[in-house]
Design a protein around this ligand. Structure first.
Ligand SMILES: Cc1cc2nc3c(=O)[nH]c(=O)nc-3n(C[C@H](O)[C@H](O)[C@H](O)COP(=O)(O)OP(=O)(O)OC[C@H]3O[C@@H](n4cnc5c(N)ncnc54)[C@H](O)[C@@H]3O)c2cc1C
Length: 466
């Protein structure tokens, strides 16, 4: 087989980039390009990039975009490449524009309760830095130790505490964005309120690198949260656990965490971590309250009552440390699934009263496709992560796993839900986007894209097809 050749024009592109960028920022080394060509998505085929730019500042991002526009080459913005939907993978002939090195916090402003940051900082590092000022940045993806704020903004990330505190978009006040032609756009504000013009900030959040490159973000913070207390409900059936979730919502309660695990997930943590859940436990709910002081204890008591009334056996943590121990099962479940093979994590969201239909439907699909699937998720906001376990070295099984993954998304749409609650569309879910949003919305997506990116060079082929 002959070696792949460089796409036409690659040499001229590299020469132009080399003229304006320092040597330690630009590379075309094939091994390095290959290692940066992927994110953490399964079943996606990365293209062959022409160059990798690891930008250190906004001016370098602007230079790259100007040159990309001149050459009409695609640019793939990248953060930490922890994405699960193939949104950050290379496209043939592209420039991979990685902003991980732009990781400085520019300002923490306790008086206005906000932080101004570069995009490359990891979520956990930003959260720890603002905590030193008694402040709290709530969006908490499970990947927080290894995902960037720019990536969180571009996929509108969520996490465990979103049931009470909302998702990334709820904390964005303003953005600095480098447009496809290299111009700098500033959106939003530093004020609490502001309705001047279209809300371009929210439009950019969740746009997966298709409208511009985020080079700075102004994020709203909250006062430090109180220490939470935790309880678990052990249920004889999914139906009973679902009834408890509905009762919590109906009672007007807003726990700071409300998580669900099905029996397959319980089996996984039992086997890997010797958790000791008994056989009759078919579903587990975990809940927290951080209301503060007496209110926390009152909340937990009310949650315990609701959990019991729905047929659950309640386990109460006496203090935060015990609470963390209760949460270990949920936090470690993905690792536990790895004993069954490679895992592919779906990310669907259904109306909260369709939990049973989603779990039962997924179990039926797992049986149909003869594969192991565990359902865990954020019961409080209807966002579930059915996790498909399979052997990637068995081509037939891998194909079945992908079909099952897609069937779970179809199920979610049938239940009035969405194909993605927090991981984004990327390349993995592109085929189902049209079914979810319809052709009028798709047409508008294309026109908006055209306004931001007339030559279609920003992450083309991600989210939707041109
Ligand atoms: C084990 C594991 C657990 C996870 N748990 C969660 C979870 O609980 N909640 C959740 O929401 N996600 C979760 N994720 C998914 C992933 O971590 C998030 O989608 C995260 O926001 C991606 O950030 P990143 O920096 O890695 O972005 P990347 O993967 O590098 O990029 C993601 C997208 O953002 C774009 N992008 C990145 N930076 C910029 C920028 N500066 N400007 C413009 N576009 C940009 C890319 O083009 C791409 O479209 C998990 C992933 C793993 C592997």
């Amino acid at each position: 087989m002959s070696e792949p050749t460089d796409p036409p024009g690659a040499a001229a592109l590299l020469a132009d980039l080399a003229e304006v960028l320092p040597a330690d920022v630009l590379t075309s080394d094939p091994d390095i390009l290959a290692s940066y060509a992927v994110d953490r998505a399964m079943f996606v085929e990365p293209g062959r990039a022409a160059a990798l730019v690891r930008a250190r500042n906004t001016a370098q991002v602007q230079q790259v975009m100007r040159i990309a526009t001149r050459h009409r080459v695609p640019v793939v913005p990248q953060g930490a490449r922890s994405g699960l939907s193939g949104a950050a993978i290379a496209i043939d002939g592209c420039i991979l524009l990685n902003v991980e090195r732009m990781n400085r916090i520019l300002e923490i402003d306790p008086a206005n309760r906000l932080v101004v940051t570069q995009p490359g900082i990891f979520n956990a590092d930003l959260s720890r830095a603002v905590a030193e000022f008694g402040l709290y940045y709530p969006p908490d993806p499970a990947s927080w130790e290894f995902c960037s704020i720019g990536g969180n903004l571009s996929t509108n990330s969520g996490g465990l505490c979103c049931v009470k505190y909302g998702v990334t978009t709820d904390y964005v006040l303003g953005l600095e964005l480098v447009l496809a032609d290299g111009r700098l756009l500033r959106t939003g504000r530093r004020t609490v309120k502001g309705v001047a013009g279209y809300d371009l900030t929210k439009l950019i959040v969740g746009s997966e690198g298709t409208l511009g490159v985020i080079t700075e973000a102004t994020l709203m913070l909250r006062p430090r949260a109180e220490q939470p207390l935790t309880l678990a409900g052990l249920y004889p059936s999914t139906e009973a656990a679902a009834a408890a979730v509905s009762a919590v919502v109906a009672a007007g309660m807003v726990p700071s965490l409300l998580e669900f695990m099905d029996r397959a997930s319980i089996d996984a943590v039992n086997q890997t971590f010797k958790m000791g859940f008994e056989d009759h436990v078919q579903a587990v709910l975990l809940a927290q309250s951080d209301a503060g002081g007496e209110r926390t204890r009152n909340d937990i008591a009310q949650l315990a009552q609701i959990f019991e009334a729905a047929g659950g056996e309640v386990v109460l943590a006496e203090d935060p440390a015990e609470g963390e121990a209760l949460l270990v099962a949920r936090r470690q479940v993905l690792t536990a699934f790895e004993q069954f093979g490679t895992t592919m994590i779906d990310d669907v969201c259904v109306p909260r009263d369709r939990l049973v239909d989603l779990v039962r439907g997924t179990q039926a699909l797992a049986a149909k496709y003869s594969l192991k699937v565990g359902v865990v998720g954020h019961a409080g906001d209807g966002n579930f992560h059915p996790t498909v376990c399979f052997d990637p070295t068995d081509a037939e099984e891998a194909l079945r796993a992908k079909e099952l993954f897609d069937a779970i998304m179809e199920l979610s749409l049938d239940l009035g839900g969405t194909i993605t609650g927090e991981h984004g569309v990327g390349t993995m879910k592109i085929d189902l986007l049209e079914r979810e949003i319809g052709d009028v919305a798709l047409d508008l997506h294309r026109r908006i894209k055209q306004a931001f990116d007339p030559f279609g060079i920003l992450n083309p082929g991600k989210v939707f097809r041109a």
